[in-house]
Design a protein around this ligand. Structure first.
Ligand SMILES: *Cc1c(COP(=O)(O)O)cnc(C)c1O
Length: 457
């Protein structure tokens, strides 16, 4: 029996308005759907506003029609291919379209994943298994496998090496060089190298490794030393940017040693979080030992995934975007973002406070910048904190990976929803934040600690 207090609370308010939210013990009793919804909503209201999050590469806006497709398909389990063969077919349509976009020479294979991280784990596992096959065929003993990549990669590459027992050979960056090229890679290669990973659009500055150069190096190594070392391109962000902004710049299957590519559908593929893609150059590039054929619910199914059950909604949303936008639409969106990023870069230079990093190079639509010249009293982290405190913009400040760790930068992504007016507003707000700091000096140490942000994801 509810007490009188509970009854009046239910009539005029909510229990959670005066009680703490359930957070440690499994709740003994429940609450009404409306109360639950309001409690969660009010809890989340104190979080950052995704529209002002210029740190994340992940999509924060989709069209209402796409949202409807997503909402109407949340109850569909993607892995149940027997029951949902159309969803499975739509995944394959997306894989074929991506293979076309990435210039695959012929028949290929690939799959949806939870994001680029799962795609990279699977792609790198395939590299490891293919290396083992090559070694066994040549009668060589299988030593300790290694994987070569630059310090400019996402953390997932090191994670893969630790989880799956591969030696990471990490090429350090330099003070003025934030990507890697063939001369950096060459000394790290040997017969136990399962592959080289190159990044198209780093999370740090949005640039690409010299993929053309690394491909050429690997072709030379094949010709001269008989080592056929595959190249995997981590196109988590760049895979949906380069084909539209720089269609004539080769980084994909146009280059012979590029055997696999991952891309995040939930970054510049413009879909909400929960979708990534792995595409192989040819069917033979996927190690067959990693494919499981199982009889599940009466149908033989081939699976190559780390997860099992997952929603079909984001696969459908990806297909929605492909057919809704096409090459023309994606090109329009990417160019619009690039144009506004250029305006932001010019604005920031005009303040006289900042230098912009590498906006003369092929780059993701973002602005990487740092304080110019000698400055006193505050640094980029202080600006990030002040800007967030004053206007709620989330712009991360971070140091670059070794050996460029002395370089600290700020990075603002210019997304589809960031209008020209907002770009000007942001510039003004950054300038205002600096003016505050000019007066008061750096943020208080405790503020600074809170402002410690990563590179965004
Ligand atoms: C974001 C990102 C990843 C990880 O991708 P998720 O889709 O978040 O799992 C890997 N590599 C690069 C270069 C990235 O930008």
């Amino acid at each position: 029996m509810a007490t009188r207090d509970e009854r009046t609370a239910a009539l005029y308010g909510n229990r959670f308005l005066t009680e703490e939210v359930p957070s440690t013990l499994f709740p003994a009793t429940g609450m009404s759907p409306t109360d639950t919804m309001r409690m969660l909503g009010e809890d989340l209201a104190l979080e950052g506003d995704p529209m002002r999050n210029l740190a994340t590469f992940v999509t924060t806006w989709m069209e209402p029609e796409a949202q409807r497709i997503i909402a109407e398909n949340l109850h569909r389990n993607f892995i149940d291919h027997a029951e949902y063969p159309i969803s499975a077919e739509i995944e394959q349509r997306c894989v074929r379209m991506l293979a076309d976009l990435f210039h695959a020479p012929g028949e290929t294979t690939g799959c949806r994943t939870q994001g680029s991280s799962e795609a990279i784990m699977l792609g790198a596992l395939s590299l490891k298994w293919k290396w083992k096959e090559r070694h066994q065929a040549a009668g060589l003993s299988v030593g300790t496998p290694n994987l070569v990549f630059g310090g400019d990669v996402h953390v997932v590459w090191e994670k893969f090496c630790r989880y799956f027992d591969v030696e990471p050979r990490i090429i350090p960056l330099a003070k003025d060089k934030y990507t890697i090229g063939p001369d950096d890679v060459a000394p790290f290669l040997d017969e136990n190298t399962i592959g080289v990973a190159a990044v198209l659009g780093t999370t740090f500055t949005g640039h690409m490794d010299d993929i053309v150069g690394i491909n050429r190096l690997l072709l030379d190594v094949k010709a001269e030393r008989g080592l056929d070392i595959p190249l995997h391109v981590d196109g988590a962000s760049g895979g949906f940017v380069w084909p539209f902004l720089y269609p004539d710049s080769p980084w994909d299957f146009r280059l012979e040693q590029v055997r696999s590519i991952n891309v995040s559908g939930h970054k510049y593929g413009l879909v909400y979080p929960g979708i990534g893609w792995l595409v192989f150059r040819e069917t033979a590039d996927l190690a067959q030992d990693l494919v499981f054929y199982e009889n599940y619910l009466g149908k033989t199914d081939a699976t190559f995934t780390l997860n099992f059950s997952t929603g079909a909604a984001m696969v459908l949303a990806q297909y929605y975007n492909f057919v809704r936008l096409g090459r023309e639409g994606y090109t329009y969106v990417m160019k619009q973002m690039q144009q506004n990023a250029r305006v932001l870069a010019a604005n920031l230079r005009d303040t006289g406070r900042f230098e912009v990093i590498g906006d003369d190079l092929e780059q993701l639509p973002l602005v990487a910048f740092r304080l110019a010249g000698d400055h006193v009293g505050y640094d980029e982290s202080d600006i990030a904190w002040q800007l967030s405190a004053e206007r709620g913009w989330m712009v991360p400040a971070y140091t670059l990976p070794p050996d460029a760790q002395d370089v600290k930068i700020l990075r603002a992504l210019v997304k589809e929803t960031m209008s020209r007016a907002q770009v000007d507003r942001l510039t003004q707000d950054i300038d205002e934040a600096c003016k505050t700091l000019d007066l008061k000096g750096g943020a208080h140490p405790s503020e600074r600690r809170r402002a410690k942000t990563g590179t965004g994801y």
